[in-house]
Design a protein around this ligand. Structure first.
Ligand code: M6R
Length: 606
């Protein structure tokens, strides 16, 4: 969603700001803008991609300080005027803002009554005029921003630039903001990806933090005037440069990064001797694991599909109830929270507002939440304070791939761990752990020879809809395959546990309807074959994802073979062809694979 980038130093700011905006592009946005300080504040904004903004920029913009923004419209339509930054009336102060100002209507009325001209439909614009009132009454920049924010309700990641002051003021409440400390220069961004090639030294602001950035350093304080405990974080290597590495799209690159990402995720966590897993970050003692009455797993989209696999694996291995919840529903369904239950918030970005609200709800009701998160230092990771980092590295394509496999891997590791504190045997644990170690290699082997993906694409690309079926652990894989296809290729998709198909969805099938069946060689195989027959009898074309050597391939129109592994781990392999089918179908239909329409990488509104 919205993104922020800012710079103060001795280099020309404009190229750095444009580059920063490009690195934020993957998040999804509809307009962009920047302002550079050089005696005056020079502002440029434009609806559309960063390339559209670049077209209206002069060849050279003098100035070594500036702030920039990518907007994903919430308040007010997608127009140049509504794009950020917003300037005050004498063009001496500029703001960029992520988040929502809830009381902006009443603030706007008061500003208008004072003769302040508001030119945009946005909630954010009130901030620049309120700060102006403070400055005009003699307040220093930090104080003017502080007083303004004390009158505001809502959320903010905010940067303010002043024509008369050599600094940038930043503030955070509910919308991430990260300060990068360089050599004689400072950066700010809502996203560590945009900073990581400039510096690894970062201050991840906490809610309630404010900061002053100058070229010589960073001062952090609290909104209430107190001192902040936010300290320097050195970003891990895996969060370094995330370029395309020769791939045509981030999504394809990230699909192919899965073996390496999985190696990072499981590294040091496989306990072969005990047939168990080491997840030190969870800080859950064996006795706590053994006595837990319930495990709740919470996520959205791809993370939710991973949670559903986790739910099944935990019940299978640990024999305790587990349940996967849709984050956006959680807060409103007034669930009973048992303080002894184990709760997981699963999220790639660690910033998803729906999941964040579920975490707060559980904590409010006395429960503890553990994060299963990719982005280190993200809001959910810090709010949970304990959990498992999945170590996928930066995921730039809007469609999640390598985060899915590592979320599933982390949840499977947890299922093994909690299972081993209960009745799950060491012997069976050892077998799974040995098989786990092989999965990255098996992924590589599949990705080097992915099978007849293009034949599958031919069957689905002009279809009215695509049905995805699977049973057991493969049912959530079917959901994940369907999610990838619909978000990338805009083809309506249905995903069902295969046995449920005959209770309604079968009515959709007609001559040529494509059905993707996830059918590893597990205990569900025979029943899945029966479902395939039911589909074929209605004229459906079957694309089956099966284990190598399985004669189930004879039943299908297109058969895509994956390597065999322990059936508990099969989702880590069976999801790969579904990612490739979605990717290549989107390409065949001319869709923007990395930045599908209407979607944002990190969904920070409820
Ligand atoms: O960052 P999160 O994992 O919390 O994001 C959750 C969903 O928004 C995300 O998985 C979304 O469904 C992806 N676009 C799926 O590819």
């Amino acid at each position: 969603m919205c993104g922020i980038f800012g710079f103060i130093g001795d280099r020309s700011a404009a190229p750095l700001l444009v580059e920063g905006l490009r690195r934020l592009e993957y998040r999804g946005y509809d307009s962009t803008g920047l302002v550079v300080k050089n005696g005056s504040l020079q502002m440029y904004k434009k609806v559309g991609k960063v390339t559209e903004l670049s077209k209206i920029l002069p060849n050279h913009i003098e100035g070594d300080t500036g702030i920039a923004h990518t907007r994903w419209a919430t308040h007010g339509s997608v127009t140049d005027t509504n794009a950020h930054p917003h300037l005050n009336r004498d063009e001496s102060i500029a703001v960029v803002h992520n988040g929502i100002i809830e009381n902006f209507r009443s603030l706007k009325e008061r500003l208008e009554a004072r003769g302040m001209p508001l030119v945009s439909e946005t909630d954010s614009e009130v901030l620049v005029h309120m700060i102006t009132i403070g400055i005009e009454s003699g307040q220093e920049p930090l104080e003017a921003v502080r007083q303004t924010l004390n009158r505001v309700t809502g959320t903010w990641g905010l940067c303010v630039l002043f024509k008369e002051h050599d600094l940038i003021v930043c503030a955070r409440n509910g919308s991430p903001l990260i300060i990068g400390q360089g050599n004689g220069e400072s950066f700010v961004s809502s996203d560590p990806h945009a900073l990581s090639h400039h510096t690894q030294n970062m201050f991840i602001l906490e809610d309630g933090d404010m900061a002053i950035l100058t070229r010589n350093g960073i001062e952090i304080s609290k909104l209430d005037g107190g001192s902040s405990s936010t300290s320097l974080t050195v970003l891990e290597d895996e969060w370094g440069e995330a370029d395309m590495a020769g791939y045509p799209h981030y999504m394809l690159k990230e699909i192919h990064e899965q073996p390496e990402a999985l190696r990072r995720c499981i590294s040091g966590r496989l306990d072969k001797a005990n047939g168990s897993a080491r997840l030190g970050g969870l800080k859950l003692e064996p006795v706590r694991l053994r006595n837990a009455p319930l495990v709740r797993l919470i996520g959205c989209g791809t993370a939710l599909n991973a949670c559903k696999i986790g739910q099944l694996a935990i019940e299978i291995l640990a024999r305790i109830p587990a349940i996967a919840h849709v984050s956006s529903e959680f807060r409103y369904n007034d669930h009973v929270i048992n303080p002894n239950a184990i709760h997981f918030a699963v999220s790639q970005s660690g910033e998803t507002a729906d999941t964040l609200s579920a975490v707060k709800e559980i904590q409010l009701k006395g429960g503890e939440v553990h994060g299963i998160i990719n982005v280190v230092g993200s809001t959910i990771a810090r709010l949970c304070g304990q959990g498992v980092y999945i170590h996928s590295g930066p995921e730039q394509a809007v469609a999640s791939t390598k985060a899915f496999t590592n979320m599933v891997a982390s949840l499977l590791l947890f299922a093994i761990r909690i299972g081993r504190t209960r009745s799950f045997s060491r012997e069976r644990g050892r077998k799974i752990i040995e098989s786990f170690e092989e999965i990255p290699k098996l992924m590589e082997s599949y990705l080097s020879n992915p099978g007849p993906i293009d034949e599958a694409v031919e069957l689905v690309k002009n279809a009215k809809s695509v049905m995805y079926l699977g049973r057991g652990l493969s049912a959530p894989v079917a959901s994940e395959g369907a999610l990838k296809m619909l978000e990338l290729a805009y083809i309506p998709c249905l995903a069902y546990p295969a046995g449920e198909m005959k209770h309604g969805p079968i009515a959709l099938l007609e001559e040529g309807s494509p059905v993707v069946v996830i059918a590893p060689n597990d205990k569900h195989r025979e029943k899945t074959i029966a479902s395939m027959h039911e589909c074929k009898a209605r004229g459906a074309k079957i694309i089956v994802i099966h284990e190598e050597g399985d004669i189930i391939s004879d039943e299908a129109d297109v058969a895509i073979s994956i390597p065999s592994c322990d059936s508990l781990l099969s989702p880590l392999l069976s999801v790969l062809p579904t990612q490739l089918i979605a990717y290549r179908t989107a390409l065949a239909l001319g869709c923007d694979v990395d930045r599908p329409r209407n979607l944002a990488k990190s969904v920070t509104v409820e």
